[in-house]
Ligand binder design. Structure first.
Ligand code: NCD
Length: 331
């Protein structure tokens, strides 16, 4: 595996399967009364968030803490960044504090790459979403849920997504989730289709390793999973569709549309959801929607990524240590 995780293309099929298998092992920790492992004790993980986040930030924090790392949370709001401090000076400060890993979310595409290649910091860099570019750990946690839900027999372990048909719908233009998802799911053997109104389809999409369609209704019956994306108004400076109602009518997923999907097919959403826009409350709250399950898987997947990048000397889990056993018995 590479030293940094910047793009889903950094991962070979074997890397991705290793992360997913490790995440499965680590997920078992979540079922224990004491959810902590000593694996990254003494290591420092900095969460560097220049853009708003709920799920991703909390999930990286929970992941690092469950592995016993020291966690420093930095958010641009309320820091010297609002006084004009540059990424470089912020990075040098983190380096002075001895960060072993920096998890970065930034509004500029390319910021994590800059951090990883600048020499400003010595630790490994994990991209937690950069502009409209990539969000590789989101793709990994989505693959984790896909594998659990769609693997033959539902065993939840081993293998890849070979032959699974995954449809990603909505604001593809502004979506780092779509960019990372298309790459990773393809690496894992899935057949991916992206669906959007022509105005929300990126230029050059024909060079992506996926099929492109503009008619949602035509693709639904041929999908094992349908991932609905949020319409990212904060990244829009023009009118990309006539009205919200018109968007929902053509590209939103409601109960009637969901009924066109095969019985086993699931509905995914990375969150945050715009209920009533790309997804109705009926679909969001239905048992076929895996949004909450995706969040839970996110903690295990991020534990696996941190563990593998920081090269924990001990095995990730396998057996309970004497220490956790004592702690659990005392609990
Ligand atoms: C996504 C993001 O921030 O890119 N959300 C997430 O990480 N769970 C998608 C979005 O904001 O719509």
């Amino acid at each position: 595996m590479k030293r940094h995780l910047i793009s889903a293309t950094d991962l070979t099929r074997d890397d991705a399967v290793l992360i997913l298998d490790t995440a499965e092992e680590l997920a078992r920790v979540a079922d224990r009364p004491i959810k902590k492992l000593p694996t990254l004790r003494g290591r420092t993980v900095v969460n560097l968030f220049f853009e708003d986040s709920t799920r991703t930030r909390i999930s990286f924090e929970a992941a690092a803490k469950r592995l016993s790392a020291d966690v420093i949370n930095f958010s641009a709001k309320g820091s010297s960044v609002s006084k004009g401090e540059s990424l470089k000076d912020t990075a040098l400060t983190l380096e002075a504090m001895g960060a072993d890993a920096v998890v970065i979310r930034h509004h500029d595409s390319g910021a994590p790459h800059r951090l990883a290649t600048s020499g400003w910091i010595g630790g490994c860099v994990v991209n937690a979403g950069d502009g409209t570019h990539e969000h590789p750990t989101q793709a990994l946690l989505d693959a984790f849920t896909l594998r659990r839900r769609l693997s033959a027999g539902g065993a939840g372990r081993g293998g890849d997504l070979a032959g699974r048909r995954i449809t990603i719908v909505g604001d593809i233009l502004h979506s780092r989730v779509a960019r990372s998802g298309v790459q990773l799911f393809t690496t894992l053997g899935a057949e991916v289709t992206v669906v959007a109104p022509p105005t929300l389809m990126p230029i050059g999409v024909e060079r992506w390793p996926c099929a492109v369609d503009y008619q949602l209704d035509a693709v639904l019956p041929k999908s094992d999973a349908v991932m609905m994306l949020r319409v990212q108004r904060e990244r829009m400076n023009a009118a990309y569709f006539p009205t919200e109602r018109e968007y929902a009518r053509r590209y939103g997923l409601d109960g009637a549309r969901m009924a066109r999907m095969p019985e086993h097919a699931i509905v995914m959403h990375p969150g945050p959801m715009n209920r009533g826009m790309e997804i109705t409350a009926e679909v969001a709250d239905s048992p076929r929607c895996t949004a909450v399950e995706q969040v839970a898987g996110g903690v295990s997947v991020r534990m696996a990524v941190l563990y593998l990048l920081l090269g924990g000397a001990e095995p990730a889990v396998t057996t309970r240590t004497a220490e956790t056993r004592t702690a659990e018995e005392g609990a």
